[in-house]
Ligand binder design. Structure first.
Ligand SMILES: NC(=O)c1ccc[n+]([C@@H]2O[C@H](COP(=O)([O-])OP(=O)(O)OC[C@H]3O[C@@H](n4cnc5c(N)ncnc54)[C@H](O)[C@@H]3O)[C@@H](O)[C@H]2O)c1
Length: 275
C-alpha cells in the first residue's frame, strides 16, 4: 500500500488517491474531504472505489467511496478503542456526529456498547442519536470524560487540549486526516502514549505532523496499531496510561470492506446495468 496522494483544492477541500494491493485484488479510492459541504447539503466525504482482479487487471467493481469509508472508519475507530482501551472500560462517546462519527457510534452499538454522542450542532447530534438508538451527552465535558472516546470532527479546532485526557482513558482521533488539521494539542500528544494506523501517512498529515515538526514526537515514540494486533508490539502498558490512536485512513481498510462486499454480492440489491 503506497501512502495516499493528496490533491489539495484549498480552502474548499482536498482529493485523495488511495491505492492498495491484496487478497488477489487491486483497489483505488478517489475520495474527497470537503468539510464545508454539509452546509450546502453535500457530503464531506464522497467519490468512488475501483476494484480490479490482480491476476489479469480486469475491473470487477465500482463502489460508493462514502459508504466504504464510513464502514471502515467506524470499524477502525472501535477496533483501536477496544485494543488499546482499558479492559474494564465502561463508557464510550463519539465527538462529531456526522457521517463518519455516526459510523463509529453504529460500530460501538454493534459491539454491544452504549454510546454517547456530542456535536457542536445539537440538532445533528439529537437526530443521529435517535436514528441510531444512542443518547446525546448531557455536556461536552461528559462526552470528553468517557473511557473510550472517538473524535470525528473536521479538525479545524483542537478538541483535546493540554491536560484533557485522564489516566486510563483512550481516544481514537479520526477527524484530522489531512494537512493543517488537528484534534489534539501537541502538548497533549507529548504527555500520552501514541499509536497510529501508518507512520508514513500519519507523520505527514493530520495530528501527528504538528508534534513531529515541533520535535515532540519521533518514530520511536509511536506504535502502529497493526503491530499490536499482530503481536509484534505491546499495547497499553497499564490501567493508568492514557492512550491515543491517530488515524489518517488506509486504503487496505477500504480493500477489506470492498472484498467483503464482493464476497456477499449475491445478497446486495444491485440495479441491472446494461452496457
Ligand atoms: N481517519 C479517517 O480514516 C477518516 C475517514 C473519514 C473521514 N475522516 C475525516 O473526518 C472528518 C469528519 O468527516 P465526516 O464525513 O463525518 O464529516 P461531517 O461533515 O459529516 O461531520 C462532521 C461533524 O463534526 C461536527 N463538528 C464540527 N466541529 C466540531 C467540534 N469542535 N466538536 C464537535 N463536533 C464538531 C459537525 O457539526 C459535523 O456534524 C473530516 O475531517 C474527514 O476528512 C477521516
Amino acid at each position: 500500500m503506497p501512502p495516499k496522494v493528496y490533491v489539495p483544492a484549498y480552502p474548499a477541500g482536498d482529493f485523495r488517491a488511495m491505492p492498495a494491493l491484496g487478497g488477489g485484488h487491486a483497489l483505488l479510492k478517489w475520495v474527497t474531504s470537503y468539510p464545508g459541504n454539509p452546509a450546502a447539503g453535500l457530503p464531506t466525504v464522497m467519490g468512488v472505489v475501483l476494484v480490479s482482479d490482480a491476476s489479469n487487471g480486469v475491473l470487477r467493481a465500482v463502489l460508493d467511496a462514502g459508504a466504504v469509508t464510513a464502514l471502515r472508519t467506524g470499524a477502525a475507530a472501535v477496533l483501536a478503542a477496544e485494543t488499546l482501551g482499558r479492559r474494564d472500560a465502561a463508557t464510550a462517546a463519539v465527538i462529531g456526529a456526522g457521517v463518519n462519527g455516526q459510523a463509529a457510534a453504529r460500530t460501538f452499538l454493534a459491539r454491544g456498547r452504549d454510546v454517547m454522542l456530542w456535536d457542536v450542532d445539537e440538532q445533528r447530534a439529537a437526530q443521529a442519536a435517535e436514528e441510531l438508538g444512542a443518547r446525546v451527552a448531557a455536556s461536552e465535558e461528559e462526552a470528553l470524560a468517557a473511557d473510550l472516546l472517538v473524535t470525528v470532527t473536521p479538525g479545524r479546532e483542537i478538541v483535546l487540549g493540554a491536560g484533557s485526557l485522564q489516566p486510563g482513558q483512550h481516544a481514537s482521533l479520526m477527524g484530522a486526516d489531512g494537512p493543517g488539521k488537528a484534534e489534539i494539542a501537541v502538548e497533549e500528544l507529548r504527555r500520552v502514549r501514541v499509536f497510529c494506523d501508518d507512520w508514513e501517512q500519519a507523520s505527514h498529515n493530520g495530528d501527528l505532523v504538528h508534534a513531529v515538526e515541533a520535535g515532540a514526537l519521533s518514530r520511536d515514540d509511536v506504535t502502529e496499531l497493526g503491530a499490536v494486533l499482530a503481536g509484534d508490539a505491546a499495547g497499553r502498558a497499564d490501567d493508568s496510561e492514557a492512550t491515543v490512536f491517530d488515524s489518517t485512513g488506509l486504503a487496505i481498510q477500504d480493500l477489506a470492506i470492498a472484498l467483503a462486499a464482493l464476497e456477499r454480492v449475491d445478497e446486495l440489491e444491485l440495479p441491472e446495468i446494461t452496457l
